[in-house]
Ligand binder design. Structure first.
Ligand code: NDP
Ligand code: MG
Length: 381
């Protein structure tokens, strides 16, 4: 029996993680859960699983959950998430919160030697050098949940990193893959939230439409697999059936395929190195698909991808700025305060005006993150 601490239980990955736990009740126990403010979603989960620790994102959410469930151990905020992630009983921490808020609790969990199933890519983008150094130091396994990284992780099973020629990350193209740049001028939030292959949280769906999600994933792959940027390629593949590929020195290519269902990589992160049955997901019947499509990525059309590669290569605090500016801009787009194309121009301007700090400390990162968000708000005003 593995005890799980689930951060971001009320989100898209959170709900799907709960579904995996529900299907394997003799293997996994939801020991702790953290959520932000969605009390309506949190309450039934707490009633169903009665976790030992509940963490709410605000005092109001804490009060409301307490009234509804009578739960006795409801903690709050960042300190609460740290306590949940480091509790002695916990075996695996699933980090499925949205944004760089997940950083301190991820570091705390790493230091206490928990296995980390990491969905939260922003943590790796903003502070990859610190997270990976700590994971190495404490010999903490970091198992990817993101489907592309899970695919690469599986393709690399038993291989040597030095034998890799390149990683090929596939990209569905998001909601606007068939639109020209001109056609992106007046797109609405509703258009952007309409992803062709995956149902996900709002922020990552917007990131998929702008291709920033792929950019964040390139940086995520750089850190997770210790791979230079020149060896990371992105390939447009509209069906999301090949989740990613690895090419080795001898030009042999390993790919991982499956119907698009995030519960598969989530479950694998929880069971690795073993696998469990998964009755509830569909088998991949290639004859029903008959065709798969591939296309070279257009870096001019998808400018955010280029910005991410540039920020990743520049290193230092540039990825922190990329991520913070993007989080702030996407939040403003979702509130209809800026247009879709302004997301990339705000990120670009933030990067241009930032003086890169090499090897930033955790406090530098926190400071730069805050400063960047404020700067984006000022640009808009
Ligand atoms: P959602 O927006 O659906 O969920 C985010 C979760 O984080 C919610 O439970 C939310 O709580 C919680 N949260 C947000 N802010 C805070 C905070 N300050 N304190 C505590 N909890 C907080 O996001 P997704 O599930 O889509 O994505 C989560 C992460 O996984 C992201 O990093 C994303 O890039 C990554 N990912 C997601 C995929 C997907 O299919 N959805 C695929 C691959 C990666 P509440 O709603 O209660 O406020
Ligand atoms: Mg992904």
């Amino acid at each position: 029996m593995k005890n799980i601490a689930l951060l971001g239980a009320t989100g898209s990955i959170g709900e799907q993680t709960i579904d995996v736990i529900r299907q394997h009740k003799t293997k996994f126990k939801l020991f702790a859960l953290a959520f932000g403010t969605n009390v309506e979603k949190a309450v039934p989960i707490i009633r169903e699983f009665n976790p030992a620790i509940v963490v709410a994102g605000s005092e109001q959410a804490q009060r409301e959950v307490k009234e509804a469930t009578g739960h006795r151990t409801i903690l709050i905020g960042e300190d609460g998430m740290e306590a949940a992630s480091t509790a002695a009983e916990v075996d695996v921490v699933v980090n499925a919160v949205m944004g760089s808020v997940g950083l301190p609790s991820t570091l705390a969990a790493i230091r206490s030697g928990k296995t980390i199933a990491i969905a939260n890519k922003e943590t790796l983008v903003t502070a990859g050098h610190i997270v990976m150094a700590e994971a190495k130091k404490h010999r903490t396994p970091l198992i990817p949940v993101d489907s592309e990284h899970s695919a690469i992780f599986q393709a690399l099973n038993g291989e040597r990193v030095e034998d890799v020629r390149r990683l090929i990350i596939t990209a569905s193209g998001g909601s606007f893959r068939d639109n020209s740049r001109e056609e992106l001028q007046g797109v609405t939030v509703k258009d952007a939230l309409n992803h062709p292959n995956w149902s996900m949280g709002a922020k990552i769906t917007i990131d998929s439409a702008s291709m920033m999600n792929k950019g964040l994933e390139v940086i995520e792959a750089h850190w997770l697999f210790d791979m230079p940027y020149d060896k990371i390629h992105v390939l447009q593949h509209r069906e999301s059936v090949i989740h990613s590929l690895v090419e080795f020195k001898d030009k042999s290519v390993m790919a991982q395929l499956g119907t698009p269902d995030m519960r598969v990589p989530i479950q694998y992160a929880l069971t690795y190195p073993e696998r469990l049955d998964f009755e509830d997901t569909k088998s991949l019947e290639l004859e029903e698909l008959s065709k798969l499509h591939f296309q070279k990525m257009d870096m001019e059309r998808f400018r955010c991808l280029k910005l991410a590669f540039d920020a990743g290569r520049a290193g230092g605090s540039m990825p922190t700025v990329l991520n913070a500016a993007n989080e702030q801009a996407v939040a403003m787009f979702l509130k209809e305060e800026i247009s879709f194309l302004e997301i990339e121009s705000l990120v670009e301007k933030s990067l241009e005006e930032h003086n890169n700090v090499s090897n930033p400390s955790l406090s530098d990162i926190m400071e730069i993150d805050k400063e960047t968000r404020n700067r984006v708000k000022r640009y808009v005003r």
